[in-house]
Design a binder for this molecule. Structure first.
Ligand SMILES: C[S@@+](CC[C@H](N)C(=O)[O-])C[C@H]1O[C@@H](n2cnc3c(N)ncnc32)[C@H](O)[C@@H]1O
Length: 360
């Protein structure tokens, strides 16, 4: 999803999204639908420098909008703005409104806005904001992204998906429940396809498949697993690949997942992934195979979208005092060069972040 300044050509869809809320009588105080002509002067009152109007666009379609407007003409309110957020019915409850709000909160200081009303959220005072260097602002945005992710995870604890994923974890996964929830969340909100390396018997695969299903969007979920057997008290199996396919079927997600039997770095596997992706990008990578994280990232990085969500397991070893794990060494060096942007650590040893590519 991208957020951009709205242009007049967007007005019909902006009005359509707005009008869809009128009959509910819960969002806008209007009783009758409005028209593009009536809304044109209102639209033109906005300016990107002070009272912006943004649209959220997904695959070329406007799915939501947010606008700023002057709260009251009195001087004391000059740093106060009212914001409105409207999301197309089809795309609600997927974090679209939250993304727009986060963007508004992050941008408020540079617009000279110190308070957003209706939402009642306070932003840093203008003087502090002006004094901030671009690096400081970037750090503050990054810090907010980390906190928002923690908050998102917390919110899922009150949703029915939480107990569903708890059962999936107990039956099929070596990962922590928090990690499965984040995988579900990223699969639901990401734009682009999903690539999983090291599916085992399908715990994370099923969490991602539920996310794809609940997104209501067409996304490919490609899972690579060579198979074999594993001795494990809870999850031991004599045939990993057979159990993977059986578990996907049991959870009724087989049609959502394309499994590839092979190792991530085999040329045949790489070709199969590229063929499945076609011209499309990867918006979420789940990497839980062996210790060679850099090797796997190098095999597929050209297919990652900028901002591709990354879930990488085995960052920390079981023994906190032991030397750093090979996975951690790989992740740290990619972070140092700016290819990876860390957003936190979850569960027992899972690193979570975003792909930023070698250009940064
Ligand atoms: C720790 S398990 C994955 C656990 C899984 N994410 C879950 O939710 O329980 C690691 C899996 O990676 C697979 N694997 C190991 N090397 C691989 C490679 N090069 N490519 C793909 N899968 C690999 C192993 O067969 C094993 O099933």
């Amino acid at each position: 999803m991208i957020i951009r300044d709205a242009v007049e050509a967007d007005l019909p869809i902006i009005v359509e999204i707005y009008n869809a809320t009128v009959p509910t009588r819960m969002v806008t105080a209007e009783l009758e639908p409005t028209t593009v002509e009536t809304r044109l002067p209102w639209f033109r009152e906005h300016s990107p420098e002070q009272y912006p109007f943004w649209v959220a666009e997904l695959e070329g379609h406007v799915i939501a909008w947010l606008d700023f407007k002057k709260f009251l003409p009195r001087c004391a309110y000059r740093g106060t703005a009212e914001i409105s957020v409207y999301v197309d019915e089809e795309f609600r409850r997927r974090g679209v409104g939250q993304r727009l709000l986060e963007h508004a909160i992050a941008r408020a200081p540079s617009l000279g806005i110190t308070a957003l009303v209706v939402m009642g959220r306070h932003c840093p005072a203008r003087s502090t904001a002006i004094a901030k260097s671009p690096v400081q602002s970037q750090t503050a945005n990054h810090f907010n992204d980390c906190l928002n992710l923690m908050h998102t995870l917390m919110e899922y604890r009150h949703e029915p998906i939480h107990s569903k994923l708890l059962k999936i974890r107990d039956k099929y996964s070596m990962l922590h429940l928090d990690v499965l929830i984040l995988i579900y969340h990223f699969a639901k909100i990401c734009s682009g396809n999903i690539l999983e390396i090291g599916a085992f018997v399908g715990g994370a695969t099923i969490a991602a498949a539920f996310g794809v299903r609940d997104s209501g969007m067409r996304k490919k979920l490609i899972s690579i697993e060579p198979g074999g057997s594993v001795k494990h008290k809870r999850l031991g199996t004599r045939n990993i690949f057979r159990d993977l396919e059986r578990n996907l079927a049991r959870q009724r997600v087989s049609e959502l997942v394309s499994t590839i039997k092979g190792r991530s770095f085999d040329p045949t596997t790489i070709t199969a992934v590229n063929e499945m992706l076609g011209a499309e990008k990867v918006g979420l990578l789940i990497l839980d195979a062996d210790a060679a994280k850099r090797r796997d990232i190098e095999c597929y990085c050209e297919r990652f979208a900028d901002g591709c969500w990354m879930v990488i397991d085995d960052y920390y070893g079981a023994d906190a005092n032991a030397k750093i794990t090979p996975s951690r060494a790989d992740v740290d060096s990619l972070t140092k060069t700016g290819c990876l942007e860390p957003l936190g650590f979850y569960g027992w040893s899972t690193w979570v972040g975003r792909w930023r590519g070698p250009q940064r």
